[in-house]
Design a protein. Structure first.
Length: 290
């Protein structure tokens, strides 16, 4: 049984930073711009930079992201797989980013040169803490002795079943990226409502409701969680926020009211995701029993 492989995610993922620091998972760095300033992000918040990022959004600075290039993927993968060390890359949903397809192209090009390689690209069909859950499962499977192929089979079988719901403060950020209509964006901003969305099993964004104010929106997220609360054993619930820790903590306490033994992890939303959603976002992710 060959257990020599590494697990990678991109910066569309939010995951417990201790797993990054402990080298259980490796984040392929991504880049974002605030105004004309380019910054690289490695999955860790160094010195409160994420708070500064969302403050600048509030002040009207334009934020954009730069996709991981094929060259970066090739450099990352080739130094391992050409020496027999396997790679699992759990990518941001292919419906939200082209990075999954770029990595697949790199895999095909490398195998055309070197033959079959222990390189597996998994479409998470998810984002932020949803990918974090899949990565935690991959880590646990590896530590339990799963060979890489079995681990990948498990990940592919549950990708798309992670439940992910969130609300946004301003639909205009999603409108700019073609995720919602201009009329819905205008109405949401005008009335001050919190649009509530889900990530579908296909990995797309779908609006499922709207609530007036953060408290009502958190209550809707709690209700959605309660309807599906039989969380897979030993899987955490992830809550992420774009610089609204108090609302994230409120939602955590709501989850613990109905599931007191559940491990709930709060993480600041990756700027690579937050560039497209704006400040004031709250997300919740969990994996039902499978």
């Amino acid at each position: 049984m060959n257990n020599s492989y590494k697990i990678f995610v991109d910066t569309g993922c939010d995951i417990d930073p201790e797993l990054i620091k402990g080298e259980y998972v490796t984040v392929i760095p991504g880049s974002y711009t605030v105004g004309s300033t380019l910054t690289k992000y490695d999955g860790l918040d160094d010195g409160g930079n994420l708070t500064k990022f969302y403050d600048r959004q509030r002040n009207g600075d334009v934020t954009q992201t730069i996709a991981i290039t094929k060259e970066v993927f090739e450099n990352t993968f080739s130094r391992l797989v050409r020496h027999g060390i396997g790679v699992i890359y759990i990518a941001l949903s292919s419906r939200l980013s082209n990075q999954y397809y770029s990595a697949q192209e790199v895999k095909m090009e490398m195998e055309a040169k070197y033959g079959t390689l222990p390189l597996y690209i998994v479409d998470s069909r998810s984002a932020t803490g949803g990918i974090g859950i899949l990565a935690e499962i991959a880590i646990a499977n590896k530590m339990s002795g799963y060979p890489i192929s079995t681990n990948v089979e498990t990940l592919n079988s549950i990708a798309g079943t992670v439940k992910s719901w969130f609300y946004v403060n301003d639909l205009d950020y999603l409108r700019r990226n073609g995720k919602t209509s201009a009329s819905k964006s205008f109405i949401g901003t005008l009335l001050g409502v919190k649009p509530v969305l889900e990530i579908t099993p296909q990995g797309e964004l779908h609006q499922i409701g709207k609530k007036l104010g953060a408290k009502k929106a958190c209550e809707m997220l709690q209700d959605l969680y309660v309807e599906n609360k039989k969380t897979a054993q030993n899987c955490p619930v992830y809550i992420t926020h774009s610089d609204d820790y108090q609302s994230a903590l409120t939602l955590k306490n709501m989850v613990l009211e109905v599931s007191p033994r559940t491990i709930v992890k709060i993480k600041t939303l990756s700027p690579v995701v937050g560039a497209h959603t704006g400040p004031g976002v709250i997300t919740i992710h969990h994996l039902p029993e499978y």
